[in-house]
Design a protein around this ligand. Structure first.
Ligand code: 99T
Length: 204
């Protein structure tokens, strides 16, 4: 398998964490990729018409995107502890929590693109604030549900941990830990997992 990869993409990192938790990361060859919603067409667009990372190329010629599909595929390729619960309430809870973690990344990335890609005179403060409010509400919701987090890692917890790490990477000044002691303590523990430590992006 070959994966279009970027060291700073939270969606790629989620895939890499799943691959490590599943014990199959050594079956994945990395293709250095970069992608932007504007400018030159990224090489990944040859395989993913959306031009986004991550994108996984399979041995049989198949192509998978986006990160949610790739993660579930990788989880189907091993016999150990499953990161996508098979059925029932635990599955819906894990998938919902993945949506919440990914949604934080989506809002953070829109904020980042607004600041880094859009010309200054066209930037819209209200819109940026709207994305920040989504992130704040999502963090408050997570703080409230920390006591009911499952004990074993699943795709929902991985997505949340990745989102918090992405906020640290791109929006450290927002200090998401302030007023959220439960999430702070949980994140500190989860961040010690080898899969998280071995996929940490380089300091910016
Ligand atoms: O939007 C674009 O055209 C290019 N952006 C991307 O490829 C980003 C890279 S994160 N990836 C996604 O937006 C994928 C989202 C998708 N729903 C998934 O895979 O789950 C780069 C972040 C950074 O470097 O700060």
């Amino acid at each position: 398998m070959r994966l279009y990869h970027s060291q700073t993409s939270p969606y790629v990192r989620k895939v890499m964490v799943v691959a490590r938790e599943a014990g199959i990361h050594d079956r994945i060859e990395l293709i250095a990729g970069s992608a932007s919603p504007v400018g030159e067409t990224a090489p990944v667009a040859r395989d993913n018409p959306l031009g986004k990372l991550p994108c996984l190329l399979l041995q049989d010629g198949g192509v998978l995107y986006d990160s949610r599909v790739i993660c579930e595929y990788l989880d189907s390729q091993h016999d150990g502890h499953k990161l996508f619960p098979a059925a029932g309430p635990a599955r819906w809870e894990a998938l919902r929590r993945q949506a919440l973690g990914d949604g934080i990344c989506d809002a953070a990335l829109l904020r980042r693109y607004e600041a880094s890609q859009r010309p200054l005179e066209r930037q819209w403060d209200e819109w940026v604030l709207g994305q920040k409010r989504k992130i704040d509400r999502a963090l408050d919701a997570l703080e409230a549900e920390v006591p009911s987090f499952p004990a074993s890692p699943d795709i929902g917890l991985i997505a949340v941990a990745i989102a918090l790490a992405y906020l640290d990477l791109r929006f450290a000044e927002d200090a998401w830990r302030d007023g959220r002691p439960g999430l702070t303590a949980w994140q500190a523990g989860f961040a010690m997992r080898p899969s998280m430590r071995e996929t940490a992006p380089p300091a910016q």
